[in-house]
Ligand binder design. Sequence first.
Ligand code: NAP
Length: 249
Amino acid sequence: MTRTAIVTGGARGIGAATARRLAADGHAVAVVDLLEEHAAETVASITDEGGRALAIGADVSDADVVAAAVARVADELGAPTILVNNAGILRDNLLFKMSDGDWDAVMQVHLRGAFLMTRAVQAHQVEAKWGRIVNLSSTSALGNRGQANYAAAKAGLQGFTKTLAIELGRYGITANAVAPGFIATDMLRQTAERMSITFEQLLEGAAKEIPVGRVGQPEDVAAAVAYFCSEAASFVSGQVLYVAGGPKA
Ligand code: NAP
């Protein structure tokens, strides 16, 4: 069945791959990102393949902007019943060097952003008596040096997910989290810079530590998200699926 999906942070990386995958699965997809022109690139790749998509520029941490964005999706694509909270940023630093701003920025995008988007979208899902919510967590939720802010936010998203599953299950809505390990996206270019190594060196080093012998690609994560969004996954809720090429972070 065709549904309307919203993917935040869909301009690039995991979000772009997820938007393309959900479109390929037959859904209309709203691609939300900070800049509409960046989201438009993902939209073009979907419409070129015959899919239906809409680019929306919105900061997920701004309540008014989020409400307007979700209303626009409902008007132009139809009531959104699939939500993928994927938008994210890194502000890595060791705790003793982490600024208030680094802490707050990460909480704003990951936690407040997921909260605001979900609160706005659940109204449509409850009305439809069907919904899928997928939150992007991370193996960093288990703890990662230099990421006190990000690890706290990603662990927080797991608690958020489980609570959504409990509150919304009676309305035919499931909520799950996908927790990727090392996925080759622009986000990790910043990590390479912080470590003063090239992106290629970072990928090579990471692949050696991963049981399947390679780093992840955005499409690996998109496939897991697509499963949780499927009709077949209606009895799977409140789960965290680690997509990391092995059992550990
Ligand atoms: P990415 O390539 O950096 O893409 C993130 C996207 O989110 C960017 O397009 C960014 O826009 C957008 N964004 C940032 N702040 C936003 C805001 N306030 N409102 C709307 N959009 C915003 O990241 P990625 O690697 O694909 O990661 C996607 C998700 O997976 C994130 O939640 C991340 O934490 C998680 N994750 C990634 C990995 C990994 O290895 N890559 C591992 C585990 C979890 P701009 O480009 O304009 O800033």
